[in-house]
Every structure is written in structure tokens, then in C-alpha cells.
Design a protein around this ligand. Structure first.
Ligand SMILES: Cc1cc2nc3c(=O)[nH]c(=O)nc-3n(C[C@H](O)[C@H](O)[C@H](O)COP(=O)(O)OP(=O)(O)OC[C@H]3O[C@@H](n4cnc5c(N)ncnc54)[C@H](O)[C@@H]3O)c2cc1C
Length: 290
């Protein structure tokens, strides 16, 4: 059967096509899907394009959150001042994804739905406690970005669900981010070990909480919350609760290295991401090499 390309102009029309058609797949920038089709991992007779769907390109502050439409490209995220104001290291993280072709075509929704464990935005957005707003003919539901990926190239999305937008809460108190992407082979590669960190002051300003999210070395993001962290002692070393938790990460052996090597890289990535958050150093994004 020849491949049919559908071009809905509304989100509901896209949802209806996904619900009606057997084995239909969404396509946004096509950066990953085209490779999955070419390699035979995805077989489909129907592609449902998001290119003409209204309302998926917004980047705006709405009700105390930064709202990012699913079709916003990495390049737009890298250059947005409103995104940088909320997530200081966003320009480096989104600007460090792949190459300019990938950044100009690849979208936020496509990145999250693709669920490659080595991707960067899922970690940064999980550290920011972002939520994906998911639509289908049955209605709308929220899925925490931290819980979106359920395995390698697998997500909590049903086959007929569309990520419409991502909401990043903007706390009233201070929050700092750090990110580290270790690319020992080449700078434009996916990370071998990635870590995102958010250091957030408590509502009364008397203390700090720490969220660490590790990726690439595990199939789904490894999330660790430390509710009450002594920032002054972080400079000297990570709390034992953190090092003990990181020691439970069990990477798989693959072409990027042995489990022991990748576990060690994960520790380095977390250390550097924490240092970047302590310095509130927006320049300490990806491109760090082991
Ligand atoms: C050479 C190369 C280097 C790369 N390097 C990096 C890197 O360093 N870091 C990184 O993070 N990523 C990297 N990527 C991945 C890239 O970021 C993703 O391919 C891209 O974001 C996918 O977005 P897309 O719009 O092209 O998705 P598509 O390819 O169109 O779709 C991908 C998947 O998402 C689904 N989908 C698309 N939009 C939605 C939606 N709104 N709701 C639900 N499902 C949807 C599709 O059905 C498909 O399954 C790289 C990719 C390449 C090819």
C-alpha cells in the first residue's frame, strides 16, 4: 500500500486521524522518524504531519509557567530569551543538540516522543519538573516529562496521543540549572553520559532542594530528589545519599563503553552539572568532554 501523508490543520483533526487509521504515525520535523522508517524500525502506511496544525509553535508565559508548543524547534529554544530567563543553560543545551540541520528541523515534541535515552531535552525538562500536555480524542492529560519515557524508544503515550505542549513551572523562588553532556568521541555526538541538575530554594528561602536527572547511561531518566541540601558543603562533595544512589545505576554494555566506564562517566557528569548550577553558569552546558 502506498504511503499516505495527511496534513491536518487542527490538533483535534490530527487526533481523529490517529484514532481512525491503523498504524498511523505522527511526523513533526521528521529527523528521527525518517531514520526509523529507513532502518525498518517503523512500518507505516499513514503519516500524520503536524506542520500545518495551528497553535503548536507558542513560547509564552501562561499562569506561572513557561509554555512551549510541541512543534517549537531546538533552534528556537536555543535562541529564546524567555526560555533562557527560566532555564539559564537552555541556549547551550538546545544549541548543542546534534548539528544545525537537526536543530532547525527537530522539534521538542518529536524529541520527547522519540525517547532516545541519550537525548538532552528530556533530562533538562525533567529537572525543571516540566509536564507534557497530551491530547487525544478522549481528552487531555498531563504526563510528567520525568515519566514520559518508559524504555528505549518507548513512552507512556498511547498510539493515538499527541504531545501538544510542555509546561515548565516557574517558581517564585530562586532556581539554578546545570547541565553536563559528556561526548568523548566527537562534540556533535549524542552524550555518552548526560546529567541535568536543578537547585531550587525553598519557598521561605531558608534552604535548597536538589533534583538530579541522569541519562544516556540508562534506558529511562534516573531522577534523584534531595529535599534538603546544604549548598555550602556541595562545593566540597556530593552528599552521601547522592553518591550512594548514583552507585545503583547499572549501565548496559554497548559500543560507547563498558558498564563500569559509563557509571564512572555518570558520576563525573553529575559532579560537573552540580558545579555549573552552583556557579549558575549558563555556559556550562553540553560540549564538556571527559
Ligand atoms: C544526527 C543526529 C544527531 C542528534 N543529536 C542529538 C543530540 O545531541 N541531543 C538530542 O537531544 N537529540 C539529538 N538528536 C535527536 C533529535 O533531537 C530528534 O531527532 C528530534 O528532536 C526529533 O524531532 P522531530 O520533530 O524531527 O521528530 P520526528 O522525527 O518527526 O518524530 C519523532 C517521533 O516522535 C513522534 N512525534 C513527533 N511529534 C510528536 C508529538 N507532538 N506528539 C507525539 N508524538 C510525536 C513521531 O511519531 C516519531 O515517533 C539527533 C538526531 C540526529 C539525526
Amino acid at each position: 500500500m502506498p504511503l499516505t501523508f495527511h496534513h491536518p490543520t487542527s490538533l483535534m483533526a490530527a487526533c481523529e486521524l490517529l484514532a481512525e487509521l491503523d498504524d498511523a504515525h505522527l511526523i513533526a520535523g521528521g529527523v528521527s522518524l525518517s531514520l526509523m522508517v529507513r532502518e525498518g524500525f517503523v512500518e507505516t502506511d499513514h503519516l500524520v504531519g503536524l506542520g500545518r496544525v495551528d497553535g503548536l509553535g507558542e513560547m509564552a508565559r501562561v499562569d506561572g509557567a513557561l509554555v512551549l508548543g510541541a512543534r517549537v524547534t531546538h533552534d528556537r529554544l536555543a535562541h529564546s530569551e524567555s526560555v533562557r530567563e527560566v532555564i539559564g543553560c537552555a541556549p547551550r543545551v538546545f544549541g548543542g543538540i546534534g548539528n544545525s540541520r537537526v536543530r532547525n528541523a527537530g522539534t521538542l515534541g518529536g524529541n520527547l516522543a522519540h525517547a532516545d535515552p541519550a537525548q538532552d531535552p528530556p533530562l533538562l525538562l525533567a529537572a525543571a519538573r516540566a509536564v507534557a500536555e497530551v491530547r487525544s480524542v478522549r481528552g487531555t492529560r498531563d504526563v510528567a516529562v520525568a515519566e514520559l519515557a518508559t524504555g528505549v524508544f518507548e513512552t507512556a503515550l498511547e498510539a493515538d496521543e499527541v504531545i501538544a505542549r510542555v509546561r515548565v513551572p516557574v517558581p517564585a523562588t530562586s532556581r539554578r540549572f546545570g547541565y553536563c553532556k559528556l561526548t568523548p568521541n566527537s562534540h556533535d555526538d549524542y552524550g555518552t553520559a548526560n546529567a541535568a541538575v536543578a537547585l531550587e530554594s525553598t519557598p521561605d528561602g531558608s534552604g535548597w532542594s536538589l533534583r538530579i536527572v541522569v541519562g544516556a547511561v540508562v534506558a529511562t531518566p534516573f531522577v534523584l530528589d534531595v529535599p534538603d541540601v546544604d549548598v555550602d558543603s556541595l562545593e566540597a562533595g556530593l552528599p552521601s545519599a547522592v553518591t550512594e544512589a548514583l552507585a545503583t545505576i547499572r549501565p548496559q554494555h554497548d559500543r560507547k563503553g563498558t558498564p563500569a566506564y559509563k557509571a564512572a562517566l555518570a558520576q563525573v557528569a553529575v559532579r560537573r552539572a552540580v558545579d555549573a548550577a552552583l556557579r549558575d553558569d549558563a555556559s556550562a552546558g553540553p560540549r564538556s568532554s571527559a
